[in-house]
Design a protein around this ligand. Sequence first.
Ligand code: ZN
Ligand code: ZN
Length: 302
Amino acid sequence: MSESRILLYYYFVPLADPQAIMLWQRTLCEKLGLTGRIIISEHGINGTVGGELSACKQYMRQTRSYPGFKGMEFKISQGGAEDFPRLSVKVRKEIVTFGVPEEIKVDNGGVVGGGVHLKPEQLHELMDENNGDIVFFDGRNAMEAKIGHFKNAVVPNTETTRDFIAEIESGAYDDLKDKPIVTYCTGGIRCEILTALMKNRGFKQVYQMDGGIVRYGEKYGNQGLWEGSLYVFDRRMHMEFGPDVKVLGQCVHCGEGTHKFYNCGNNDCRELILLCPECHANPSTNNCGKSECVKITSAINA
Ligand SMILES: [Zn+2]
Ligand SMILES: [Zn+2]
């Protein structure tokens, strides 16, 4: 069997003709047999694709041959085309949907006005310089933080990335406006935008975790300032940075420690919920807890 891989990448660069880039990328992926999801906008590209190792290598080479994408970095991880049911290459207004395409400015240096990038060791330096008085600000959906977050992080009340604007404009975080704030997300892309939006709204000392939780976890594992599991957007649902992980998640029914999200057993309910293996295996608790869902799942295997 031939080896296969997954490529994760994003790059902020002005693209005058996103439509042409989309057609080129789609043709390239089809030719190489890659599947996955690519979003292109006037601000750049964001993708996750999988396929044979040789095809992934060709994809990286050919994608970087476009002058605007010359500096693009790819994160290569285990997996392959089988992790994605199909290929989707789309043009959108934003490569991450904050709902403010007109506010985002991008030049050849990336997002204009974003927070200072911190490498994992620089985060620790910043921590020391401020005697530990820095604020971690979670740049993900609140659900993701249930199984893992930086120590004492502020977790905004967000169901989707679109909710951030209302959150940072709500006044709830105004006391942080003069403090050093470090935002973080899975791989860094959401913070590229979020930090610029925060600075535009009066947050003065804004930093972002370069490469996100993934890069920090690779460097410090569970021995640093990160606690718990990392929520990931593929069928694994979560990953850990070592065996000595703190279990932060709790089963919605019995409170047992868990880091595994499941879809509510009622197929019409799209809720993702934390369940322990036992409550997942039991029809009467394989649900989000809403009475309607309890009724439906209990009837499934009755
Ligand atoms: Zn349980
Ligand atoms: Zn439900």
